[in-house]
Design a binder for this molecule. Structure first.
Ligand code: 1CP
Length: 354
């Protein structure tokens, strides 16, 4: 059991709702463009995917936020779109526009034609990054592996880029739901084996990012977002029962109870749900991760501290809270404001764990 060797296991303990001395903290997108040292590493690599394909540079940027702040977990530096890229869709990151696929899925035949990528084949560069990071961390803090949810990946694969309305994806959902089911089944299998491979290479916990599940009706959420994630949790629990699994549906506050029933260990909660209500909904089934509004980090440090106090108070005393932002940290965030948030968690949270 490698976990027992970790010098700081607060994050893993909180995921299992065990006693900690203070609330563990990490930030979604903690390695990224708000840090000048990230921008320097990114410039060295060339493009964003060149950075993702270079294990040494992935390791360098993963460790950058840990060198600055008292964080309780590291997260693999990669992207959720590595799987669609490995399926042959041709991923490019266009400056100022975000991800673009050269060959988006347009027909049922396109869906039939895609295969399930081999994590140690086309995606070996991600696995090499996991191994390099795991070894560089030297058991200081746990390493989080991750993937996108099948629904969220499907939206990028069908739209061909970021989208607000998901017009093409929803047209398919209403016109040809079986075709979408088929795509989601392939993605569920791909995500499950991809996360298993990350675990085999040393990831101590895994998180599934369902960024766009909140755009679905409750019935559609159940079929097209939750069910595929439930399948992934079942496969992961069979493969590695002791590795915690975190599910995060942005804007998914109304689904928390059903999400807790999947057998996962923790749920990410964005800022549109109060942690007190979230805790009431999930009871003792799962831990909760969140949920400071990332925009709060643009305000002055005294205000940040007040909002940290508010989040800690909303979860209240007891175990099973991992402090985090409710979504990724913004590029415009002053790095010292992130420091103010983390210091406030360190100072204000021990009283909730007596
Ligand atoms: O130019 C750059 O340097 C690229 C910016 C960037 C970064 C830093 C992208 C492009 N991806 C990443 C890394 C990343 N992405 C990580 C690891 C870093 C860390 O957390 O420290 C993770 C976990 C992700 C996950 C990710 N990528 C999600 C899910 C989480 C979320 O924020 O909702 C999504 C939706 C993506 C897609 C993506 N990657 C990058 C962009 C610009 C986008 C599009 C986002 C959108 O459609 O709005």
């Amino acid at each position: 059991m490698p976990n027992q060797d970790l010098k700081n296991d607060r994050f893993l303990r909180a995921l299992k709702r065990q006693k900690v001395d203070r609330t563990p903290v990490w930030m979604m997108r903690q390695a990224g463009r708000y840090l000048p040292e990230y921008r320097a590493s990114r410039a060295k690599a060339g493009g964003f995917m060149d950075l993702c394909r270079n294990a040494e540079l992935c390791c360098e940027v993963t460790l950058q936020p840990l060198a600055r702040y008292g964080l309780d977990a590291a997260i693999l530096f990669s992207d959720i779109l590595t799987i669609p890229d490995a399926m042959g869709l041709g991923l490019r990151f266009v400056e100022g526009e975000g991800p673009v696929f050269d060959r988006p899925l347009q027909t049922v035949a396109d869906i039939r034609n895609i295969g399930i990528p081999d994590p140690e084949g086309e995606l070996r560069y991600v696995m090499d990054a996991v191994s390099t990071i795991k070894s560089a961390l030297n058991n200081s803090v746990p390493l989080i592996g991750f993937a996108g949810s099948p629904w969220t990946l499907a939206t990028y694969m069908i739209e061909g880029q970021s989208s607000r309305e998901f017009a093409k994806t929803k047209k398919m959902m209403f016109d040809e739901p079986e075709a979408l089911d088929e795509l989601l089944a392939k993605l569920s299998e791909s995500v499950a084996i991809y996360l298993q491979a990350q675990i085999a290479r040393g990831a101590d916990a895994v998180m599934v990012f369902d960024t766009w599940g909140g755009a679905l009706s409750p019935a559609a959420y159940q079929r097209f977002s939750l069910q595929p994630m439930e399948l992934i949790v079942a496969k992961l629990k069979k493969f590695a029962p002791h590795i915690p699994v975190i599910l995060f549906t942005k804007n998914g506050g109304q689904h928390l109870s059903k999400m807790a029933d999947t057998g996962c260990d923790a749920l990410g909660v964005d800022w549109t749900t109060d942690l007190r209500d979230a805790r009431a909904k999930v009871g003792h089934r799962v831990a909760l991760q969140g949920n400071l509004d990332p925009l709060c980090l643009l305000a002055r440090p005294e205000r940040i501290r007040e909002q940290v106090a508010r989040v800690l108070e909303s979860f209240g005393p007891g175990e099973g809270h991992i402090f985090n932002l409710g979504h990724g940290i913004l590029q415009q965030t002053p790095p010292e404001h992130a420091a103010a948030m983390i210091e406030a968690v360190h100072e204000l949270s021990p009283r909730y764990h007596v």
